[in-house]
Write a protein that binds this ligand. Structure first.
Ligand code: ADP
Ligand code: MG
Length: 482
């Protein structure tokens, strides 16, 4: 089977080589930076580049399940990547090894660049088809149709949040849950829940203006709007929504200008009875570095938390998800996974996907032995997947420090601080030795790393603002590799 993806966007760089292997290697490099390692190793590493003709890169994937999965989850990422590497007309053709004689199918999809940013969880940004076509809003909602209430498993840890979300989805702007503020740790279902609200609203009212984005994307867009003198349009666009859904609002911390603007948008929407939905890693009152007036507004409606799932909920989630993939797992496998993977739902799901992939790649049936092997792999992946480069990148972005300076001999206070935090987190979150960590920071020796580690550890004990910062950066890193 040959499936072609169409692209019609601008590109950033063009690689002159026409060796498919080289090109795919470049693509893999970019993809690796954008997805968790589990995803990368499960779905991208097994792909074989075959041929490059004109602008079409032909790749071979092991089976049909593979292509469906990749297309549903990573269409945006792949399109963006091949455009970057091959150029504006880049197309990707999949060849499924067992079925190479079947006719071609064309997949056409709009791929706004923003969708890749809006959906840091690897979502595609396909919008729901709406019954009343001509009145459909003329913008992308960035909602992933995969996130619905139907496939959101109810559990003790999410009872209130889920009930409130359903109420808001049914009657946006008309409940007292405005804003609805959902908070909790990584991978516990916040994004799923708040996107389900958006999808529900559009199901019931296809013409309502609903938009989902993360506060990171909001900030980036705002900065761009200022640079291009379109800040007013930017603000009016968001003020025109019937429902504004912003994920990971904690990233607005310390971004005063963006907070100011958001404050005005919030007021306009709230006064006109429009729905606001927010998620965060912590409750409003703990968002240090966020303007008091925003904190108080965030508490006007309902604040609900999501807690890690208990054993029964973990089993229920595994059951539901495996059914969605069309398989049924025996009780001993379900139990084994639920006992061993406890921290969050994303990891639970990651384990299931890896199990499926392990079985589909090796043509082995899913049994307890394979489940044990997979759980073990996940446990080792956890640490191996976080690279020192990635930690440095996130730290520098968060602290607004030039990454290169951190690796040079720069002694400016903010650079030293960023360097020390990056070293500290590298020690905490990776398995790298002190020596290796030192090498990544311009060849500093291990005693410098120990010194950095100890001083940050001491400082976070005494300075709550710093503690919050380090915690937020750590969450951000873990969020992307969970
Ligand atoms: P968060 O935004 O809190 O980090 P996500 O919403 O991204 O977490 O959830 C991580 C993964 O787990 C998603 O794929 C989501 O669909 C799934 N998930 C989370 N909670 C549930 C639930 N209660 N039922 C079914 N799937 C869930
Ligand atoms: Mg999320």
């Amino acid at each position: 089977m040959l499936i072609t993806m169409d692209n019609s966007e601008t590109f950033m760089t063009e690689v002159v080589s026409n060796d498919p292997k080289m090109i795919w290697k470049e693509c893999l490099r970019l993809i690796k930076e954008s997805v968790p390692y589990i995803t990368y190793s499960t779905w991208f590493l097994p792909i074989k580049p075959l041929q490059l003709t004109e602008h079409t890169l032909k790749i071979q994937v092991p089976n049909n399940f593979f292509i469906e999965w990749i297309d549903e989850h990573y269409n945006t990422l792949i399109n963006k990547t091949i455009k970057q590497i091959i150029g504006v007309d880049a197309k990707l053709a999949y060849v499924i090894s067992e079925e190479s004689e079947l006719p071609e199918i064309e997949l056409k999809r709009e791929e706004p660049v923003l969708s890749a940013m809006a959906n840091s969880n690897g979502n595609t940004a396909t919008k729901k088809p709406t019954p009343v076509k001509e009145e459909k809003p003329d913008f992308e909602s960035y909602l992933n149709p995969r996130y619905t209430f139907d496939n959101y498993v109810k559990g003790e840890g999410n009872q209130l949040a889920r009930a409130a979300a359903i109420a808001v989805g049914e009657n946006p702007g008309e409940t007292s849950f405005n804003p609805l503020f959902i908070y909790g740790g990584v991978g516990l279902g916040k994004t799923h829940l708040i996107q389900a609200i958006g999808n529900k609203i559009l199901d019931n009212y296809p013409n309502k203006r609903v938009i989902y984005l993360s506060s990171d994307v909001f900030t980036v867009e705002f900065v761009e709007a200022i640079q291009s003198n379109t800040a007013n349009e930017f603000s009016n666009f968001y003020k025109s929504m019937d429902a504004l859904i912003i994920d990971d609002i904690q990233f607005l911390v310390n971004k005063e200008k963006t907070q100011d603007l958001f404050f005005h948008i919030f007021n306009t929407l709230h006064q006109s009875g429009k729905q606001i939905v927010l998620s965060s890693d912590k409750p409003p009152k703990d968002l240090k570095g966020l303007n008091e007036r925003l904190i108080s507004r965030f508490q006007w409606g309902l604040t609900a938390d999501v807690q890690p799932p208990d054993f029964e909920t973990r089993i229920a989630i595994l059951k539901k998800k495996s059914e969605n993939y069309g398989i049924s797992l025996s009780p001993d496998i379900l139990e084994y996974i639920a006992i061993n993977i406890t921290s969050n739902i994303r990891e639970l799901e990651g384990c299931l996907i890896k199990l499926l992939a392990n079985s589909s790649l090796t043509s082995k049936e899913i049994n307890l032995e394979l489940a044990k092997k997979t759980v073990k792999e996940i446990a080792t992946d956890r640490k191996v997947n976080i690279s020192i480069e990635y930690i440095t990148k996130v730290v520098c972005e968060y602290m607004n420090v030039d990454e290169n300076k951190v690796r040079e001999k720069n002694r400016k206070q903010e650079v030293v601080m960023a360097r020390q935090i990056a070293m500290y987190l590298s020690k905490k979150l990776t398995k790298s030795s002190l020596k290796t960590i030192g090498l990544h920071f311009g060849g500093r020796d291990h005693s410098t790393v120990i010194h950095a580690f100890n001083s940050i550890e001491e400082m976070v004990d005494e300075d709550s603002t710093l503690r919050e910062t380090v915690e937020a950066i750590k969450n951000k890193i873990e969020l992307s590799v969970a």
